[in-house]
Structure formats: C-alpha cells, structure tokens
Design a protein around this ligand. Structure first.
Ligand code: ZN
Length: 371
C-alpha cells in the first residue's frame, strides 16, 4: 500500500482500547440523537408525512439538507430484493434511485454471486431530515444496502423489523474486517455498485475500504468511489448524482481522482478522528447544544413540499405499480401489501440502530462529514 497501515497500527494500537471506550460514548450519542424531535421541527414535519407529493419527481437541495417531490416507493419485495424495517416508511426515493436499485439487485445475482439484496433506508415520502438517524438521505438519492445477503425465502414483516445487523468488523480489534465474515462476493457487490455511472459515492467503513484497497485485484477505476466513513460496517450506502435536468438538486463535488487508497483513508487510522473532545476551559460557558433544524433552514421550496397534495395511495406511487411511476413491473403483489399491513405502524422503542452508526467499534467524537 502507498502508506504505512502497519506502522499506523503499531503506533495507534492502543487506540483499539480507546475505540472501545468510544463505542460506549456512542451509545449515549445515539440516544441523544433519537430523542423525539420537537413538534414543528423539520424532523417532526417531514417524518410525519406518510405519502409523497403528486407530480414530477424533483430532488430539492442537498443530500443532507433538502426534500423531494414525486417520490416512488421501492416495492417491499422483488425477485432480487427485499425491503427491510418496513415500519419506518423509508422506501421512498427519486425514480432514478429506485430504478438503479432494481437494476443493481438483478446484476448482483447475475454478476456478483449474490443471492439478492436487502434494502435498508432510502428516504421518507417527502425526503427531508429523518425522525432519527442519518444526516443525509434527504432528497431521494441515497440508499442503504445490507451486507447481509437476501435469504431464499420471503422474510416476514416482523423479521424485517428485528433481524439484527451483522457487522463486517472484528469485535475486539480496531477497524479491522473480520475474515470470518467478509467474503469475495461482498467485494464484488461493492465494485458492481460502484460501476454504474450514475453512482457517485459509496460509503463504507474505513476498515472495509482498506480491505478493498488491499485485496481488490480487478479494475480499480471505480475504487475511488468507495468513501471511508465511520459506521457503515453492516451496510453500505449508495449515493447517486443529481439526475439530469434536476435543476433544484445541489450536486456534490466529484470524488478526487485515484483509488482513494491514500491519506484520506490513512486519516481514519490516526488518532485525529477519535480524539476525545478537549475539556472546556475552567469558567468557560458550556457550549450551546445544536439547534434543531427547522423547515426554514431547508431550501425555500421545501415548505411548499410539506403542504402539497398527496398521491392517492402508497400503491399508486409504488414503483412498477399501476401508476405512471414507470419501470418494469416488479413483485408488488398481495404478499408485499400484506407484509406491509402486518408491520407495526410506529418504530419500536427498542429500535436502537439508526442505520448509520456502528454496532461495534468506535465512533469519532467530532464526526467528520461524509465526503
Ligand atoms: Zn445511509
């Protein structure tokens, strides 16, 4: 490798312990993030929208600050996918994202030796900041895919709600992929996802990126799309570009050239992201807690998105369904509908994962942005 991971491990071996302690802090962090948003906050309002708007699909704003119109739902079941955590009502996305997921799931079976994908959170019906978890996923162009393969049978709604995440990391080591869990097929799955021109970034845990850097012997052209970020050890996160003609969509800078197996990755194996916060100076005022995001903090059009008329039903806006949502017909049949009906209507209180933070391993104190 171009830089000294081994040395980094020697130098920062003790960080493993620090990391384990950091995971303890993380639990509190998650708790803090999941406190119920205040009525009237952007999280509460967008999280309360149960159906998308009518009309053409438009992402509005940026991945981490925006909303969307005209979303379509990924059917709960397709021949090569199953949607998870149905009660969250986060199967909504821009049609370009939903179409990609369908295509990716088919290609995964054909080319990656993967039995089908389990799809986690995409977005809320009108996007916006989520009730809990995730800083992005706001404009329908982000989707989480589990590293767990789709089973050959259809999972029940309850299984989809409670099936635990499986981390790809070794539990007692600092940022290390578990060789007993990681497989070649997962590496192929990631590179397949990165191969689509509309996919701009795929977020994975730094340990997974390192594993890919160290072991991927195929074409490395798209390896740079794999971006290291904390969490993302039991799922990966696909982000697509603003679709052509989406005038209100704020694009993200393209990823830097190269495979990304460089200092941007090495950074995660240094103490910097994991350093404990500096203690406040004696007598200093405690810092104000961050203000909740309000609708007025989002692009102006998002207030109108909240007020816009809904589609007539979830079925009418399900991809491949009877509406003008488009796309080939997928399995959105009665079994999918009944699975949904059987799903609890509210997220259970025990829902202690937010889809982004790691199950094990450290969480940086000063959470760096997803890049
Ligand atoms: Zn995600």
């Amino acid at each position: 490798m171009a830089f000294g991971f081994t040395q980094a491990f020697r130098t920062f071996g003790r960080l493993a312990l620090a990391g384990a302690i950091g995971a303890g802090l993380a639990a509190g962090d998650v708790g803090a993030e999941q406190k119920t948003p205040s009525p009237g906050s952007a999280k509460a309002l967008f999280g309360g929208a149960s159906l998308p708007t009518q009309g053409p699909a438009q992402p509005i704003g940026f991945y981490a600050k925006g909303c969307m119109t005209g979303a379509v739902a990924l059917p709960t079941d397709g021949p090569t996918w199953q949607a998870m955590r149905l009660s969250r009502n986060r199967r909504w996305g821009n049609p370009a994202m939903i179409a990609l997921l369908e295509r990716f799931s088919q290609d995964a079976v054909k080319y990656a030796g993967w039995p089908g994908i389990l799809v986690g959170d995409i977005a809320q019906p009108r996007g916006g900041p989520m009730l809990n978890g995730h800083s992005s996923h706001q404009i329908g162009l982000d989707a989480d895919i589990w590293f767990t393969p789709m089973p050959s049978r259809r999972l029940t709604a309850e299984e989809r709600q409670y099936l635990p995440f499986t981390t790809m990391l070794q539990k007692n080591k600092f940022l290390t992929v578990d060789p007993k869990v990681w497989t070649e097929s997962r590496a192929r799955l990631l590179m397949l996802a990165a191969s689509y021109p509309q996919v701009e970034r795929i977020f994975v845990n730094p340990a997974i990126k390192k594993k890919m850097c160290d072991t991927w012997t195929g074409d490395r052209t798209n390896l740079g799309k794999l971006r290291p970020i904390y969490g993302h050890d039991s799922h990966f996160h696909i982000r697509i570009k603003c679709p052509p003609g989406a005038a209100g969509c704020t694009p993200q800078a393209p990823v830097p050239a190269g495979d990304g197996c460089d200092k941007s990755l090495a950074y995660w194996f240094t103490p910097a992201p994991w350093a404990p916060p500096k203690p406040p100076k004696p007598g200093a005022k405690p810092p104000k807690p961050p203000r909740e995001m309000m609708v007025s903090d989002l692009p102006k059009a998002c207030a109108a998105v909240l007020d816009a008329a809904s589609v007539t039903s979830m079925q009418a806006a399900t991809y491949g369904g009877s509406s003008a949502a488009g796309g080939p017909s997928a399995a959105s049949g009665p079994s999918a509908a009944s699975a949904l009906a059987a799903a609890p209507t509210a997220a259970p209180a025990t829902d202690d994962d937010d889809g982004e933070l790691p199950d094990v391993g450290p969480v940086p104190n000063d959470k760096p942005a997803m890049q």
